[in-house]
Design a protein around this ligand. Structure first.
Ligand code: FAD
Length: 505
């Protein structure tokens, strides 16, 4: 390894393997791997629930924030900042502090950007360290009882209770080369290039954007907002997706409750996910690029607002959307796709790689609690932070691993499951799991914990208590609707959704 070069994972591992001198050993209750959202939300929760627990926090990155460190500079949350992050630290710009608590109303325009998110996560870790119960090791890995840091130092660790592991392996395009062959001379890279272009004022004659998930959508929007004509954009959409429409879902606390009622009614009225999505589309809760085409077969929770969707449709109207499957190769003659070939629009074309990986990096984990470790598997709707906080709550309040696992409804399909990751049928299944978790937590006596948790969408940190109570016991009878939906799913009421084995176990 050359002097001054950053050590890679292999080098860090080699150093750990060569460790031979015992420095002062560290004893901690929990060794938490990863300073991304899941690990930080878990640590934050347990730190406040267990006033004596001690932690070591280890991440191979330079700074907290996980994949946000590598994201393109113009990235923003796609859901409101009001309930994103860790419980103890507000994030929304409109947060109102009182002596009782901080109220963070929904604002569908308040989507924290990369800079704000990284500062937020760094602040959270500083606060954790200030308690004296958390030791943070940046640019470090943990293996076989040893923390190996990039500067060559090592610490032997005695983990008294459990090792806590992130279940994600989020790989954003900037972290890897494209999954297709790119010939030399083709100008191709992740969305980050668009920011460098913007800084230098460079405009290309034409652009090809590969991918229709969140990064692809953000890239096309950035170009259009920079004044690039829609006719100069070729957008490779291998699969049309359904998008959540932010305007109607997150407009305000009462809109959120109203949306929950509408969604539950649609779930209770429909018997398959295709008619459910059509109903949601009619209520403007979801949308798609071209409503005249057959309904999308993909849904990953990407979110846009209506103005953005209209802007994206200008590329469709200009004939720029290419639907010929996935890209397999790009060279000077053009783009080869699974079902055809298109020429590059001009010699001065930038190809922006926004292609996504299969399950967004999450491995299926049926039992997050094991004898010596906890896997921070996503278990609550599209809310990694609240899911991790629930796992911390179960860790503190429930006696055995078996009972803890029995109250978790993980959402990542396993091989062989009928419902696949990324399919529209996943949404009813995810909602089923979320409502089951709510019921489990209520049964375990966690209702007031949920009611005051900032990362829980329906908490009094975001919605006034009167409105919440009215939704539950007033004429809308939210809970009765929820129970009707749970019973319907358990009776096989959705023809294309089969419950996970772990849901009915
Ligand atoms: C562009 C984009 C926008 C998003 N917007 C939203 C949104 O608006 N709302 C929302 O709820 N979700 C959103 N998400 C989902 C997002 O994945 C989660 O919000 C969350 O950031 C994931 O956190 P994580 O901790 O699971 O994973 P990561 O962020 O990947 O963090 C994992 C961390 O663990 C570390 N690590 C892993 N293994 C080791 C090891 N062996 N040794 C040391 N360190 C290790 C990694 O270095 C990394 O820092 C978005 C995702 C993307 C990609």
């Amino acid at each position: 390894m050359a002097a001054g070069e950053e050590p890679n994972d292999e080098e860090l591992q080699r150093r750990a393997d060569n460790f031979d001198t015992e420095k002062a050993a560290l004893a901690v209750d929990y060794l938490v791997v990863g300073a991304g959202l899941a690990s930080l939300a878990f640590l934050d929760e347990l730190l406040s629930l267990d006033s004596k627990a001690t932690f070591a926090l280890v991440d191979k990155n330079e700074a907290p924030g996980g994949h946000w460190n590598f994201a393109y500079p113009f990235v923003r949350l796609h859901q409101p900042a009001a309930y994103y992050g860790v419980s103890s630290e507000p994030l929304a710009a409109g947060a109102k502090r009182s002596c009782m608590m901080t109220f963070e109303p929904y604002d569908n325009k308040d989507l924290a950007d990369k800079e704000k998110l990284l500062a937020y996560f760094a602040r959270a870790v500083h606060r954790f360290e200030a308690t004296g119960r958390v030791q943070y090791f940046a640019r470090a890995t943990f293996s076989d009882g040893i923390i190996a840091c990039a500067d060559g130092s090592k610490r032997s660790v005695n983990v008294v209770r459990k090792l806590v592991l992130p279940a994600s392996n989020v790989v954003v395009p900037a972290m890897r080369p494209p999954a297709y062959a790119v010939a030399e001379g083709v100008d191709c890279g992740p969305a980050n290039i668009l920011s460098s272009d913007e800084e230098s004022g460079r405009l290309r004659t034409s652009y090809v954007v590969v991918g229709a998930g969140k990064t692809g959508v953000d890239s096309v929007l950035l170009l259009l907002r920079r004044g690039v004509p829609a006719s100069a954009i070729t957008w490779v959409v291998s699969q049309d997706c359904w998008y959540f429409l932010r305007d109607y879902i997150f407009h305000s606390g009462s809109a959120f409750l109203g949306m929950s009622v509408k969604m539950l009614d649609a779930l209770n009225e429909c018997s398959d996910s295709s008619s459910f999505f059509h109903k949601m589309e009619a209520m403007r809760l979801v949308g798609r690029l071209d409503p005249s085409r057959p309904p999308p077969t993909t849904f990953r929770g990407a979110t846009v607002d209506i103005e953005e969707l209209e802007l994206l449709r200008t590329v469709e109207a200009a004939g720029g959307v290419v639907r010929l499957g996935r890209v397999t190769a790009i060279d000077a003659t053009g783009i080869t796709l699974q079902q055809g070939h298109v020429a590059l629009p001009s010699a001065d074309t930038l190809v922006v790689d926004c292609s996504a990986n299969g399950t967004d990096g999450y491995a299926p984990i049926r039992t997050p609690f094991e004898a010596d470790r906890i896997h921070l598997t996503p278990c609550y709707s599209f809310n990694i932070g609240f899911g991790a906080a629930i796992l911390a709550w179960l860790e503190k309040n429930v006696e055995t691993d078996e009972r803890k696992n029995a109250n978790v409804f993980t959402i990542i399909p396993e091989p062989g499951d009928v419902v696949k990751w990324g399919s529209p049928a996943l949404l009813p299944l995810i909602l089923y799991g979320q409502f089951k978790m709510d019921k489990s937590l209520e049964r375990l006596g966690a209702s007031s914990w949920m009611l005051t948790h900032r990362t829980h969408q329906a908490s009094m940190k975001h919605i006034s208590l009167c409105k919440l109570l009215w939704a539950v016991i007033g004429p809308t009878r939210l809970m009765a609707r929820r129970d009707q939906f749970l019973a319907k799913m358990e009776a096989g009421g959705f023809t294309d959704v089969q419950l996970h084995r772990r849901h009915v176990a």
